[in-house]
Design a binder for this molecule. Structure first.
Ligand code: MG
Length: 169
């Protein structure tokens, strides 16, 4: 029988480069550098995409959207997320919630966290209080030139009834 819930985990990192916009969670944040990559370098959307794909044991983001494929050069990473969501839905699941941790020296994510949560929630079609966004600085990791994202997602079958913690009769 198909499990009622599934979890997924995704991780990504991109290197900061001067002269390009910084895209995180589908938003362009003000900063002197952006994240390099074949697509728009959106480290958070890539990690969410991989978490969704992993939850339904689909091929990972690099297999579906090869970095050597010119079609994805400069691509909006929301496209990758939409494909992952389509696969989640096709497998009979919906997204319950997403939690994420960003690791980067700058810029500060706190002032943008609500906007990122709201935008990611819209892309996923879930309430913004079901998207967690936390940021940490990379203390002692020597990774000031990179941004890292860790993401977990929870899926449930579309027919699953949410439990509330109350004892069921
Ligand atoms: Mg990536």
């Amino acid at each position: 029988m198909k499990p009622e819930t599934r979890i997924g985990y995704g991780w990504d990192s991109h290197e900061f480069k001067r002269g390009i916009p910084l895209k995180i969670g589908g938003l362009t944040l003000p900063h002197s550098k952006g994240l390099g990559g074949h697509s728009d370098g959106d480290v958070l959307l890539h990690a969410i995409t991989d978490a969704l794909l992993g939850a339904v044991a689909a091929p990972d983001i690099g297999s579906l959207f090869s970095p050597s494929d010119p079609r994805w050069k400069g691509a909006d990473s929301a496209l990758f997320l939409a494909e992952a969501l389509k696969r989640v839905n096709a497998a009979g699941y919906g997204v319950v919630n997403v939690d994420s941790a960003l690791i980067l020296a700058a810029p500060k994510i706190g002032p943008h966290a609500v906007a990122i949560r709201t935008h990611v929630a819209e892309l996923l079609g879930i309430p913004s209080d079901c998207v967690g966004v936390k940021a940490k600085t990379p203390e002692g990791m020597g990774t000031d030139d990179a941004a890292i994202a860790h993401v977990v997602v929870l899926l449930e079958t579309k027919t699953a009834k949410r439990t509330t913690g109350k004892v069921r009769k």
